[in-house]
Design a protein around this ligand. Sequence first.
Ligand code: 5AD
Ligand code: SF4
Length: 392
Amino acid sequence: LYLKYHVKVHDYFDLIILYIGSRIYYNLINNNLEDTMKTIKKKKKDNLTKDDLIYLMEVEEPKELEAIFNKAYEVKKREIGQRVFYRGLIEFGNYCVKNCYYCGIRKDNIDVERYHMSKEEIMSSVRWIYANGYGSVALQSGERRDPQYIDFVEDIIREIKKIGDIGITISLGEQTEETYQRWFDAGAHRYLLRIESSTDRIYKSIHPNDELHDFETRVNCLKLLKKIGYQVGTGVMIGLPDQTEEDLVNDILFYKENDIDMIGMGPYIPHNDTPMGQQELNIPSKQKRVELGLKMIALTRLYLKDVNIAATTALQGLDPLGREKGLKAGANILMPITTKDEHRAKYQLYNDKPCIDDNADKCKGCLEGRINSIGEEIAYGAWGDSPHFSKK
Ligand code: 5AD
Ligand code: SF4
């Protein structure tokens, strides 16, 4: 009897403790949620402070995260509409003069089969992009600065302009002012050059310490591009070793300070044949890197409002629904890979890059379904310039 009674008392006691505990937990979450809502609902333009951004960047509770993403999506809808803009991405060559510690096509990786697409191959991809109403083309390659390459790119840009009314984004690394100007005069009007990390300490730790990989030079390139008149895009990798929430917030502040028009950023994904991929580095889990990536998109949208933000392939590399989640967290640009099938697998900057076994036609149908499933429309035929740039 005593034992039975004793157990019962314990049961009641445990239940009461459990109840009180759950109330405290419930209140804690809801108080946090209230704080989070208050922070993201600040009305006046640009009045999220650095501390607000850090507070939001540290949020991990699913309900609070959802509130942040929803609010960012609202801002995206208001500024841009329920539309997604495409840039057909052509990765036309994987020769690179640089040796970034994280990248699979770095110069010293001898296990990569190098390729350079011919003019005819590139133009055939461009024709496909135009015929399918993608509105804009994005040209990307490893970094090269030899005169032959510079002439080749200039010629390609001129040829693309002859095809029809199609926007041209290029992402071809650090070049001289003269080269940037030549490509601009040929008809390219947007340039993507990721700063990779705006924190000097991190930049230095993920690149060799020499003049080919100099932080100041890279920042200066962004300034040159702006001076020439490009719409300028930059971005960072997310979840790098030793990267704190504050570092990421500083990246967002960097976008603002440099009056950036377009943002392309995604999680860091190790590549086996790179110095960083071969070390046991302390980086957040895949899931955390996706979460951080989505928070970066959402907070950039909340802070900068009218810029173009891409939901990158790297997000999908870590989460099959990564790109859709990116769009729901405030992104408005997708860059479907339209590189010729035979070259796709050779442009692997990180392990397990998605879509390398696909072709442009298959990707088109697949993406359309994914976008419609979240209630968004593809703005076929539109250039999709950055509203931030157009307002200037
Ligand atoms: N993980 C994620 N992104 C990478 N990039 C290069 N290597 C990796 C990697 N391992 C990104 C860089 C570069 C862009 C072309 O690809 O940010 O600027
Ligand atoms: Fe070359 Fe760009 Fe890769 Fe660096 S990130 S090694 S510059 S392709």
